[in-house]
Ligand binder design. Structure first.
Ligand SMILES: Cc1cc2nc3c(=O)[nH]c(=O)nc-3n(C[C@H](O)[C@H](O)[C@H](O)COP(=O)(O)O)c2cc1C
Length: 329
């Protein structure tokens, strides 16, 4: 009698999305489960990311302090979990959990330029430690066990543009590669270099045609995303700070934000604060992260500056809510 071997099939989100697809960038303390709901109601991208979450913290007694970064609702799907850290075994264990949690994929952060992170040899520092980068990718893939696609988000290089890094990554059999078009040294101080992203895409065509390439850097809205994806033959475009100036950035009709009234804008902020209040209990997330959203919602209307200034000085969630509720045109 023959033995039938069942192999579990990966549901690869990257093969299901129509190119070019749009992605909301991981934005620490910004793109949480609350903000994603707001963006979904305005105009959602094709794919969401979580904020980056540290695998070493997740697999330690400090887990409770971090795990909310992986909260998601059905409305977030499809969503990629972004992870970072130092220890391959913790990537393995976390990837196994992410499969069970229903994420659409796992992304490894190899781009964050934070000084403390680099000192610890993580994220963008992995450009200079390819042995560990490979171990991390292999451990993540082993944990994902073929059930979830694995990608890397990275920059153009450490101090200089370094295409040997992308060549190395393209030889790791990744499902996708997200390229932020600046080096670590450049932080976000210079314009993103899309011609270099294009060079990496050309390299991909030769080395690893199945790896999707998603470009990232300075894109403001869906129209620009389509323009850049077409010009550079990319599979997708990731938008980060563009969302700060327009919550409708991912919509066909992204210009509608320009004609929203002050009531609409303050109303959206109030909704955000209310969702935050209902989501996080017992100080799970510090309320002060809400202050940075003042610049997202409160702009381009009479009295916007005064309202923003009154918000950023608030010392508690209750006071911040009160300041918003007391606002009158
Ligand atoms: C507030 C903030 C938080 C960020 N957090 C993350 C993060 O958690 N993971 C990550 O890969 N990149 C993070 N980034 C980088 C963005 O994802 C993105 O690569 C960068 O902002 C460039 O894209 P943009 O020019 O469209 O903003 C962050 C950027 C900002 C401004």
């Amino acid at each position: 009698m023959g033995v039938i071997l069942f192999s579990k099939q990966m549901n690869n989100i990257y093969n299901q999305l129509k190119s070019p697809f749009t992605v909301l960038a991981p934005l620490d303390d910004v793109s949480d489960v609350v903000f994603r709901e707001i963006i979904s109601d305005c105009a959602r991208p094709d794919l969401f990311f979580t904020e980056f979450v540290n695998v070493d913290g997740l697999q330690s007694i400090g887990r409770e302090k971090l795990v909310h970064k992986l909260w998601k609702t059905d409305g977030d799907d499809p969503i990629i979990a972004q992870i970072w850290g130092k220890t391959p075994d913790n990537y393995y264990k976390t990837a196994k959990e992410l499969v069970k949690m229903g994420f659409a994929g796992i992304d490894i952060n190899m781009g964050c330029p934070d000084k403390a992170v680099i000192k610890n040899g993580c994220c963008v520092a992995l450009i200079n430690n390819r042995e560990l980068a490979k171990e991390i990718i292999d451990a993540t893939k082993a944990g994902a066990a073929g059930m979830l696609p694995v990608s890397v988000k990275t920059r153009l290089g450490f101090n200089e543009i370094d295409l040997t890094w992308h060549e190395f990554l393209l030889n790791q059999n990744l499902d996708a590669l997200y390229i932020h078009g600046r080096t670590k040294k450049e932080l976000s101080l210079v314009p993103a270099q899309w011609d270099v992203i294009n060079e990496i895409r050309v390299m991909r065509d030769k080395i690893s045609p199945k790896t999707k390439i998603i470009g990232n850097g300075d894109i403001k809205n869906k129209a620009e995303a389509l323009e850049y994806a077409t010009k550079y033959k990319l599979d997708g475009i990731m938008i980060g700070r563009g969302i700060f100036s327009n919550p409708y950035a991912f919509g066909e009709d992204f210009k509608q934000w320009e004609i929203k009234t002050s009531q609409d804008k303050v109303g959206l902020y109030k909704k955000h604060v209310e969702l935050f209040t209902n989501t996080y209990k017992n100080n799970q997330r510090n309320f002060s992260v809400l202050k940075r959203f003042a610049k997202v919602y409160i702009n381009n209307f009479d009295g916007a500056n005064a309202l923003r200034e009154s918000i950023v000085v608030q010392k508690s969630l209750e006071d911040l809510s009160r300041a918003l509720n007391n606002w009158q045109e």
